[in-house]
Design a protein around this ligand. Structure first.
Ligand SMILES: [Zn+2]
Length: 285
């Protein structure tokens, strides 16, 4: 039997927010059993909001969540780390409108959570077990989830850019695999988009310190890539974060073709609607 987990003590992350460009502090606290992930804006003394797909307010550029009169952007890289480490109950408190971007990956979140320590709790985990295939498409984008004993992702992207092109990867999502094969993959952006984004007050904190930056032909970061297929690895990272908005660990096989936060949100909402009959308590493998 698997038991729920939280942190042993608070984990703290300080850094710039990629969109507003301001320094923010994120504190992640241990939480009691059956809480799931809760979100609070400490600067606004907001209420605690469950970090569920139904609370997603926007999906362009990043996953933005909100509650009564507040939003928090770019939550997915921290959620990915929490989900991949099989943490169930946490309170995320941030003193600004977005989580710190750190290096653009989940690496520092994984390290911070592991340093704080992972604490098993006295309550069995509740999984959402996929019993039948669900599929969403939008043009040539596709996201589906189907029955599977563990949690597995197969993803592919195809960017008409000489440094990216077609990339495909399939991986079992375990703490070990995520940490070693996915967690260091950074987000990416194109120079040609930066001016437009900045005119909208976005990407003000974006730089080569927290993203892979590409011009028309090349990768501009002086040290290049961390993995030769870092782009598809980051797509999988984002999906692990977005699927955490289901509110419970998943047992299923997720397949993504060019899909981003938007399709993931639709898929998770649909899964959530159907999940009651699919939840099996205290599954044993
Ligand atoms: Zn991302």
């Amino acid at each position: 039997m698997s038991f729920q987990k939280t942190l042993t003590k608070v984990a703290e992350f300080k850094g710039i927010g990629v969109h507003k460009g301001k320094d923010v502090v994120l504190r992640v606290f241990p939480a009691p059993v059956d809480c799931g992930y809760l979100l609070k804006r400490s600067d606004l003394d907001s209420s605690l909001v469950p970090m569920l797909a139904g609370k997603v307010a926007a999906t362009s550029m990043a996953t933005t969540m909100g509650g009564d009169g507040f939003t928090v952007s770019t939550v997915e890289h921290a959620l990915a780390a929490a989900n991949a480490l099989e943490l169930d109950n946490l309170i995320f408190e941030v003193d600004g409108p977005e989580f710190p971007i750190l290096d653009g990956s989940s690496k520092d979140f994984i390290q911070g959570f592991e340093k704080a320590g992972i604490l098993p709790q006295q309550q069995p985990k509740n999984y959402i077990v996929v019993k039948e295939k669900i599929e969403f498409s939008d043009g040539d984008k596709l996201a589906s989830i189907e029955p599977y004993l563990g949690f597995r992702i197969q993803a592919e992207i195809d960017f008409p850019h000489p440094a990216i092109g077609f990339q495909s990867l399939e991986l079992e999502i375990t703490p070990y695999n995520f940490k070693n094969q996915i967690s260091s993959a950074r987000t990416f952006g194109f120079m040609k988009d930066v001016e437009l984004l900045r005119s909208k007050g976005l990407a003000l904190g974006g730089s080569m310190d927290n993203a892979i930056v590409l011009d028309e032909k090349n990768i501009l970061n002086p040290n290049g890539l961390r993995y030769k297929d870092e782009f598809i690895r980051h797509k999988i990272l984002d999906a692990v974060g977005d699927i955490a908005t289901l509110g419970q660990p998943i047992r299923g096989f997720l397949k993504l073709e060019k899909a981003g936060h938007d399709l993931m949100n639709k898929l998770v909402l649909k899964l959530g609607e159907k999940s009651k009959s699919w939840t099996e308590k205290a599954m044993v493998y």
